[in-house]
Design a protein around this ligand. Sequence first.
Ligand code: FAD
Length: 416
Amino acid sequence: MTYSAWRIFTEGLTGNRGWKRAWRDPEPRSDYEVVIVGAGGHGLASAFCLAKEFGITNVAVLEKGWLGSGNIGRNTTIIRSNYLLPGNEPFYEFSLKLWERLEEDTNYNSMVSQRGIINLFHNDAGRDAARRRGNAMMLAGADAVLLDREGVRAQYPFLDFDNARFPIRGGLYQPRAGTARHDAVAWGYARGADRHGVDIVQNCEVTGFRIEAGRCTGVETTRGTIGAKKVAVCVAGSSSRVMAMAGLRLPIESHVLQAFVSEGLKPVIPGVITYGAGHFYISQSDKGGLVFGGDIDGYNSYAQRGNLPMVEDVCEGGMALMPMIGRAKLLRMWGGVMDMSMDGSPIIDKTPVDGLYFNGGWCYGGFKATPASGWCTAHLLATGAPHPTAAAYRLDRFRSGRVIDETGAGAQPNRH
Ligand SMILES: Cc1cc2nc3c(=O)[nH]c(=O)nc-3n(C[C@H](O)[C@H](O)[C@H](O)COP(=O)(O)OP(=O)(O)OC[C@H]3O[C@@H](n4cnc5c(N)ncnc54)[C@H](O)[C@@H]3O)c2cc1C
């Protein structure tokens, strides 16, 4: 079934009785060409691209819970490509271009909204860094505009421009950045993959890997053993734990990141603002809720829930940036587990185990990467070679020293 305005119209006239399930609920088969572990954004996008772009449809995506229960449905929905380093910027710009045609590709309304993002700066050094990053973005074909204080004020007159500690001097603006409805992205990829014949198997936890003579030949699951020529692990916050079952230790730590949503308000924030100095960022959902967040927790954890110290920290940031937020009521908050890599950049690579591939280390920025990550993982699985935009995302870069340290924070995952 193809979704269209005409379909909505005709279904509306006939009692909405013609809609079909968006994806099947198949029993897992005993063998597949490719098994993907994890039905988050990256696993589903990889399966979709394998089928659609590379014609490999004998694929299963195995999910321990329900589809979209992980970070794909927990993030604050920001998409952007405002990176500095050559290892990152072409990849994220590729991703943003794929976002621009995602709804056409998947025939699903993912509510991609290019409402723009502004990264604020507060001093001369910050302005110089923003200018340099903007130039790097434009060299990679992205859009970037350096705004002075009045340029920011024109869009966000209510910010505290004269904050004593971090007065706002301007911002790096990317007009094509924005937001997308996160769970609709998962549903769109799931439906798209399913339409191409991919089996999405929920409630099927991978509990081990079948490795024979150094080669991965399948996975052990709570629903039995499933053979595969290739296995790709896309489990985000569970990366270290899952890869440990294959005997691999990753350069990754896990930390919780929280998100917050206020009661619904009339439109007040037209785009996305990030306030790095104050550890705060915010946008407004189409339902009117202010969607905001801040830093990751400073300690390692697999606890997929929020906590009060971070509520205080994030609300302090919000009050410093836009004191009027103190009048809004907080509606809900939640946490997700981030796979923080040692240089803050991701990994899409083969592993030392033949036939076993790894996609992870997305830190708190993996949502925006979803389309390109899926494409590049599928490219690697199908051709055996990395996609040109993801060629730097190698697992061995931490040993060889070719790290992609976007923030220059060094091997301190909680600082990226
Ligand atoms: C609060 C918050 C805000 C964020 N904001 C942004 C943002 O604004 N922009 C942005 O770009 N990024 C953001 N992120 C980061 C982004 O959400 C993640 O980097 C990205 O979603 C991770 O990839 P994924 O979607 O594949 O992960 P997930 O959705 O977590 O998918 C992994 C899946 O693997 C499954 N799994 C785990 N173990 C097993 C197993 N043994 N067997 C089978 N399945 C298993 C899990 O159940 C899960 O469904 C945010 C994250 C959080 C938590």
